[in-house]
Design a protein around this ligand. Sequence first.
Ligand SMILES: *Cc1c(COP(=O)(O)O)cnc(C)c1O
Length: 393
Amino acid sequence: MNQYYRPTRAEINLDALQNNIQELRKNLNNSTKTLASVKANGYGHGVIEMSKAAIKYGVDYLGVAFLDEALQLRRAGINAPILVLGYVAPQYIKLAMEHDVSIAFFAEEQLVAAASLPQLKNKLKIHIKIDTGMGRLGIAAFENIVQFIERALATPQIEVEGIFTHYSKADEADKAYTEQQYNKFERIVTYVRAQNWNIPIIHAANSAASIDTPAWSGDMARLGIAIYGLYPSHEVNKQAVNLQPVLTLKTEVVHVKAMHEQSGISYGAHHIAKQQEWVGTIPIGYADGFSRMLSGKVEVLIAGERVKVIGNICMDQCMIDLEPVRHMFNCIDDILHQEVVIIGQQGEHMITMEEIADKLGTINYEVATMLASRIPREYKENGKITVVSNSIL
Ligand SMILES: *Cc1c(COP(=O)(O)O)cnc(C)c1O
């Protein structure tokens, strides 16, 4: 078990992960497979442990953004099916084949490269990507899609394991565009079935579609943000699945003092202290993913209350206003080592990823993925710490 020596850490509640996977599966058709999207360090939650736990809790597949992320999982001894959702350059598809990593296929150059691979028993597994309206990766025109599938099926080095598409507006209340995307995809699916082509996994849903329009998922739902207990947007039907946030970001007060009147707090001295104002220093900063753009806007929880972060957030530290809680303590030194929650619940209060995202003008996805790898992750199962992971030691 890894150690860490700074009190800042992310607590990862694996029971919540299990709950979220179960909730999502209940909402989907019984026969629908699930892929856990663990790209970007498992949305900041720590990719290895999240992958192992997701497999243990019944997901069928792991999804990553690029080949390096897939190889990281293989190197950690994870032998579950992995799909690279993004681009893999032609010169590296052999590497994918050698590590039994399935990859998204949509480019002529990939087909050409596949045709010159050695012909082995274990073929290159591909999922052909169809662009039905995301406008990112994938083949868009019906004739081109059919032709591409035919050529892939005729390439002996290739096993066409899946075809898939990606919804761009499934998290919005108005489902008209998603329905259009679904219908475009269904036209391909109908054609594939009519040809009797053997393509076992036809998949479309992300978290949002799995929550709001599970019937438009296909054979497999690709579950990302929701397994981490975060809703894809404010507009999805939160009643459909009862998600619990998996991550809590915590630290503690490492220094406290009563300020002299007129003394400045942090770089730029933008906050000027009143006489005897109690201020605490916490060891978390923008290099941990606690963005400097939150300076003057964000709050944290201490002693079950909300208090403000004051002055500019520094690279590794920031300061908090202890005035609202000072009446709870006999003396200033009693505040030293008090727990501070940056994201998560403490007592009656909760600071969500969404609250921080709103303050930054972004979405919960970005807040989660910003959490730096230098923050140790502490994994809890049945309330007990089972693994501590510190990427720098
Ligand atoms: C990241 C990703 C997902 C998961 O999306 P969520 O909104 O997090 O559920 C699904 N499919 C593709 C292609 C992705 O890139």
